[in-house]
Design a protein around this ligand. Structure first.
Ligand SMILES: NC(=O)c1ccc[n+]([C@@H]2O[C@H](COP(=O)([O-])OP(=O)(O)OC[C@H]3O[C@@H](n4cnc5c(N)ncnc54)[C@H](O)[C@@H]3O)[C@@H](O)[C@H]2O)c1
Length: 261
């Protein structure tokens, strides 16, 4: 049990990668908070965790709302007495060619994927600073490290908003690591490669998803799509004491993407 007595919050953990993260962290002994905008999804994940004998609570939160994030931290500390781990995972996509990108799609993606991280870290910081201990992991994307060509599954629909937000998360991670490091807080970032989750379907129809899976598989040296557990294991490493001398880093969990090498 690598996280015995630790308390972990994962935003966007009602689905996909976040759900796998809370399950993995709870397996290692952490008390987990399933924080998501979708109440039904929260209830399902909390029920599954409790049925497996884990310690979990749910909290409905919109990461674009600063005061709701403050309430999340207050409720977590109120129930469990501390907050050791925050994974800023909630994210959305709205792919659109740059020339027709509108304010709504730009602001929505930047608001959830980048500003949500800013709000989350500001809200949790006082608890971690008081403890002189904290582990923060921000979820970026390989889309924040470069632009995939067509042969590697690059989106013809355009990812200027998503790519800008996810690149912003990488740089924000570095500045946060610098400013929070003196308080005993590690801040790191994971860029997942392709993992089939509901988010894949938000910008593609079923046929496009099939094609996307094939292209993404071929662009990874390991020749497969990722599993949610692959990303959760990366998070586990970065929130465990095995990574206590690592901060400000980007870990690409992407099967070895040839279009990035
Ligand atoms: N799946 C992939 O291939 C992939 C690749 C790279 C990066 N990512 C990133 O991983 C993260 C998780 O993605 P996923 O694939 O699990 O997607 P998903 O759609 O399955 O899950 C995202 C979760 O975030 C929640 N959410 C959305 N807006 C929110 C808000 N404003 N406040 C709180 N919660 C909100 C949703 O309800 C959902 O439960 C995202 O940041 C995504 O950009 C995913």
């Amino acid at each position: 049990m690598r996280l015995r007595d630790r308390v972990a919050i994962v935003t966007g953990s009602g689905s996909g990668l976040g759900k796998a993260m809370v399950k993995r962290l709870a397996e290692e002994g952490a008390s987990v908070v399933v924080a998501d905008i979708n109440q039904e999804a929260i209830d399902t994940v909390v029920r599954e965790l409790k049925e497996a004998g884990r310690t979990a609570m749910g909290f409905k939160v919109d990461v674009t709302n600063r005061s709701q994030l403050k309430e999340l931290m207050k409720a977590t500390a109120g129930k469990f007495g501390r907050i050791d781990i925050l994974v800023n995972n909630a994210g959305v996509t709205r792919y659109r060619p740059f020339l027709t990108m509108n304010d709504e799609d730009w602001d929505t993606v930047l608001g959830v994927d980048l500003k949500g991280v800013f709000y989350g870290v500001q809200a949790v910081a006082e608890y971690m600073i008081n403890q002189r201990y904290g582990k923060i992991v921000n979820i970026s994307s390989v889309a924040g490290t470069g632009v995939a060509p067509d042969w590697a599954g690059g989106s013809a629909a355009g990812t200027s908003n998503y790519g800008a937000a996810k690149a912003g998360v990488i740089q924000l991670t570095k500045t946060l690591a610098r400013e929070l490091g003196p308080h005993g807080i590690n801040v790191n970032c994971i860029a997942p490669g392709f993992v089939l989750t509901p988010i894949t379907y938000t910008t593609r129809n079923a046929q496009e998803v099939e094609k996307h899976i094939e292209l993404r598989k071929r662009s990874a040296v390991l020749n497969r799509a990722g599993k949610p557990e692959d990303i959760a294991n990366g998070v586990l490493f970065l929130v465990s004491d095995e990574s206590s001398f690592i901060s400000g880093q980007l870990l690409c969990v992407d099967g070895g993407r040839t279009d990035r090498m």
